[in-house]
Design a binder for this molecule. Structure first.
Ligand SMILES: [Zn+2]
Length: 501
């Protein structure tokens, strides 16, 4: 269902996005419509992707899908951090890749390859669309060096013994360093420790753009300041500028990136390009488990695969990828999302109910008149998504659609042929294209199609058997399918089936 109101000025149809920069919802007005540039900070690939990261990328997948649905031509850039991310986010400690490489006795790029593949696999299981461009930090060392040179030339960075620091105090004379978190420089300084004798940087808030390599540093590159490697923040500024321009529409990431990573990204881009990098800053909230923040140290940070298999002390059993995706969509991306067995089981029921209604929808016989307003339902779905991608409200309207579908099938509501077509298109569009769900009950992909075809064939054979009053064959088919895990329900048209997992 393509939507044609992209250029409409009708307020009801306008998309509003919550902009972290201004701390309010704003009308979305792309810089160069119908094109939209969106940059999302991707994973640091030194370990398995955790569920909190998955939530961020699934949230941006929903945003990406809805923008595409509205007719925007989106260039979605999501990077892979494969160098330069130190243990502490403040330029301290070992390089994460080098540390892991020593532990696992692998080359740093083996670590990168292993976890990049794992990351892609998990996001594929969650049915997220791949970004338009997925640039890596190691593939853009030259761009980062060029950007650092420009920042130095503009007077906002300085070199000390092979390491280059961004000069936050100098920057703050003309720009607002705490713009994203709405904090004054004095407050930020207060929250930072005093510089000690061994610190070489000038200001407490200064951060590294380029870091001098030690002889044993595994990944290092030649630069105007000697051998070294880039600081973590510069890669996103360099790559977003390269692929989306000096100013683009949407910059996103997890809420935990606001205070340091994104604050420094803005400063770097302003200091280099003399313009703010993004018009709208979008941040996704955290995950909690039974009310407590999810973290590895707390022992409640399960991995996606543990969630699917149920192989974790906090999980009563496994939950399917689509149950988890549906569960995440039931919560707004800016709210915290609490994982519990009860909530996941409720989501599983809701997801199955939604999928079943899509099959029921095919069986409804149209009437002369409609007893319900499908136009109102249509508008409600768009209004929900236009209100800062409010997926939980959208889902509540989809459950109103489920009620209408079941009532119409039972003969308690009526729908005209035209309304029925609109309803089918509306529900399929929002369930599959926008929410990104797949009907797991019928299995996904080529295998799923093959199973569907096979079941149609078996249905036909059984119908012939029943027409010939060959009850033995009819019962045998039913019993054997049930034994294989299919749930079979006799109908006037043969049977309906469901694969119980
Ligand atoms: Zn980033």
């Amino acid at each position: 269902m393509a939507r044609n109101n992209l250029l409409s000025t009708d307020m009801e149809n306008q998309l509003y996005i919550y902009n972290t920069l201004d701390r309010k919802k704003e009308v979305f007005e792309p810089i160069n419509p119908p094109h939209v540039g969106m940059y999302v900070c991707g994973p640091t690939v030194y370990s398995d992707v955790h569920l909190g990261n998955c939530r961020t990328f699934i949230s941006f997948d929903l945003i990406y899908r809805y923008l595409l649905h509205l007719g925007y031509k989106v260039r979605y850039v999501r990077n892979i951090t494969d160098a330069g991310h130190l243990e502490g986010d403040n330029d301290e400690g070992d390089d994460k890749f080098a540390k892991k490489a020593k532990l696992e006795q692998l080359e740093p790029m083996e670590i990168v390859q292993k976890y990049t593949l794992g990351f892609h696999e998990i996001l594929r299981i969650f049915n997220t669309l791949p970004p338009s461009i997925e640039p890596t930090a190691t593939g853009h060392i030259m761009e980062q060096i060029e950007m650092i040179k420009e920042i130095i030339a503009n007077g906002y960075a300085y070199e000390i013994d092979g390491t280059v620091y961004f000069d936050v105090e100098k920057y703050s004379q003309t720009c607002n360093y705490g713009i994203l978190t709405n904090r004054k420089l004095e407050d930020l300084l207060e929250g930072t420790r005093e510089l000690g004798g061994q610190d070489e940087k000038r200001g407490r808030l200064d951060f590294a753009l380029w870091i001098k390599a030690k002889p044993e540093t595994l990944m290092q590159w030649h630069s105007p300041w000697g051998w070294g490697f880039p600081g973590w923040h510069i890669e996103c500024s360099a790559m977003s500028t390269k692929y989306l321009g000096t100013t683009f529409d949407i910059h996103g990431g997890g809420m935990d990136l606001q205070a340091t990573h994104h604050t420094n990204e803005i400063a770097q881009s302003e200091a280099c390009n003399h313009t703010a990098p993004a018009k709208y800053w979008v941040h996704t909230n955290m995950l909690t488990v039974n009310g407590a923040r999810m973290s590895k140290t707390a022992g409640n940070g399960f991995l996606p695969k543990e969630l699917f298999t149920g192989n974790h002390p906090l999980l009563e059993r496994g939950y399917s990828p689509m149950t988890v995706r549906f569960f995440m969509a039931q919560s707004h991306y800016r709210s915290t999302l609490d994982f519990s067995n009860e909530a996941l089981q409720a989501a599983e029921k809701g997801y199955k109910k939604l999928m079943e209604s899509l099959s029921t929808l095919e069986k409804i016989i149209p009437s002369e008149t409609s007893s319900v307003s499908i136009a109102a339902l249509h508008d409600n779905c768009y209004t929900a998504m236009n209100d800062d991608f409010n997926s939980p409200v959208l889902i509540s309207h989809l459950f109103e659609a489920v009620r209408i579908i079941n009532s119409a099938n039972d003969g308690n509501e009526t729908l005209t042929a035209n309304d029925l077509e609109i309803l089918k298109s509306l529900v399929r569009t929002f369930v599959f294209d926008v929410l990104g769900l797949i009907d797991e009950t019928k299995a996904a992909g080529a295998n799923g199609n093959a199973i569907s075809g096979l079941m149609d064939l078996i249905n036909d054979i059984r119908k012939t058997a029943r027409a010939n009053k060959d009850w033995a064959t009819s019962d045998k088919i039913r019993n054997e399918l049930t034994a294989l895990g299919f749930e079979i329900k006799d109908t006037k048209d043969g049977f309906e089936w469901k694969l119980n997992k």
